[in-house]
Design a protein around this ligand. Structure first.
Ligand SMILES: Nc1ncnc2c1ncn2[C@@H]1O[C@H](COP(=O)(O)OP(=O)(O)OP(=O)(O)O)[C@@H](O)[C@H]1O
Length: 252
C-alpha cells in the first residue's frame, strides 16, 4: 500500500511537488501520469528513499518513510527509466548481487525464470556496458522482480522495450499485483498502461488532479469507453489553447 499525504518537494526555491495527497491500495496497479515536469520522477524517487521530502508524510508498505527508511527500502524496488547498472558486472552477476544484498534464499530458479522470460539467457555472461538500452531495462526489471518487493515503482518501464518485451512486462506486472505487490507505473505511453492499471494518479505542476479508480475516472470524464488519453486531456486541460494555460499560470 502507498499512502502519500501532503507531500512537498522543493529543489532550492523551486517547488516541484506542492502538497500531493494520494493513495494506492495494496495489490493494485496504479498509473502515475502527468505532463513533462509534473513531478512524477521526483515523487517516485522520494518514495524509493533516494530524495528527501521537504514536507508531508509518505507511508509505503506500512512504514513511515521518514521514521523507518530502512524498512521501506527493504520492501520497495525502484526501476528508473535509465537504470544505473554496474557496468563491470555481467547480467547474471547483477542477479547474484541482488540476491546477496537482500539475502535471498533459493533464488536461482527464479533468476533463471526471469532471464528466460526477458530473453536474456544468451547475455547472461555479458557485461552491462555491452548491453542495449532495452536489455539494460530488462536486467533492472528482473533484479527488481527477484526481490519480490511489496511495492514496485516503475518509471517509464516500457521505454526502449520491443513489442514482445512490452507484452511480457505487462503480463508480469499483472502477476506481481496478483501475488500482492502494489505497483506504481509512471508512463507517458497511456495506451500501453491503461489496460494494466486499475488505479490512476494524475498530477500536474506538482499537484494531484485525480486519484482513484481508473474506471471511475473514465465514467466521470466521458463514459466507460473513454480512453486514458481522453481522461488525461480532460483533467489537465492540455489540448486547450495556450491562452488557457497562460491564464492558469497567472492564477498561480
Ligand atoms: N535536481 C533538480 N533540481 C532542480 N529542479 C529539478 C530537479 N529535478 C527535477 N526538477 C524540476 O522538478 C520538476 C519536476 O520534475 P520531474 O522530473 O519530477 O518531472 P516528471 O513529471 O518526471 O517529468 P517528465 O515527464 O518530463 O519525466 C521539473 O520542473 C524539473 O525541472
Amino acid at each position: 500500500m502507498i499512502e502519500i499525504s501532503n507531500f512537498i518537494k522543493h529543489y532550492g526555491d523551486f517547488q516541484a511537488v506542492r502538497g500531493a495527497t494520494f493513495h494506492v491500495p495494496a495489490g493494485s496497479v496504479a498509473a502515475l501520469v502527468g505532463p513533462n515536469g509534473a513531478g512524477k520522477t521526483t515523487t517516485i524517487r522520494t518514495m524509493s528513499g533516494i530524495l528527501r521530502p521537504t514536507g508531508g508524510t509518505l507511508r509505503i508498505a506500512g512504514f513511515d518513510l521518514q521514521r523507518e527508511p530502512l524498512e521501506v527500502k527493504r520492501r520497495v524496488a525502484y526501476v528508473p527509466d535509465d537504470p544505473p547498472l554496474f557496468e563491470s558486472l555481467t547480467v547474471f552477476e547483477h542477479l547474484q548481487f541482488v540476491a546477496s544484498s537482500y539475502q535471498l534464499i533459493d533464488w536461482k530458479d527464479e533468476a533463471e525464470h526471469w532471464l528466460s522470460l526477458f530473453e536474456l539467457q544468451e547475455k547472461r555472461q555479458t557485461l552491462a556496458s555491452e548491453l542495449s538500452r532495452g536489455m539494460r531495462q530488462k536486467v533492472a526489471i528482473a533484479c527488481a522482480y527477484l526481490r519480490r518487493p511489496d511495492v514496485l515503482l516503475l518509471d517509464e518501464p516500457m521505454t526502449g522495450l520491443d513489442p514482445p518485451s512490452i507484452r511480457r512486462l505487462k503480463e508480469t506486472i499483472g502477476q506481481q499485483s496478483q501475488r500482492g505487490a502494489t505497483v506504481l507505473v509512471s508512463s507517458h505511453l497511456l495506451s500501453l498502461v491503461e489496460d494494466l492499471c486499475d488505479e490512476l494518479v494524475l498530477i500536474r505542476r506538482g499537484q494531484v488532479l485525480y486519484c482513484g479508480g481508473l474506471e471511475k475516472a473514465r465514467v466521470e470524464y466521458g463514459g466507460p469507453r473513454q480512453s486514458l488519453e481522453e481522461v488525461f486531456f480532460h483533467l489537465t486541460g492540455l489540448p486547450e489553447s495556450e491562452e488557457a494555460t497562460s491564464t492558469e499560470r497567472e492564477l498561480e
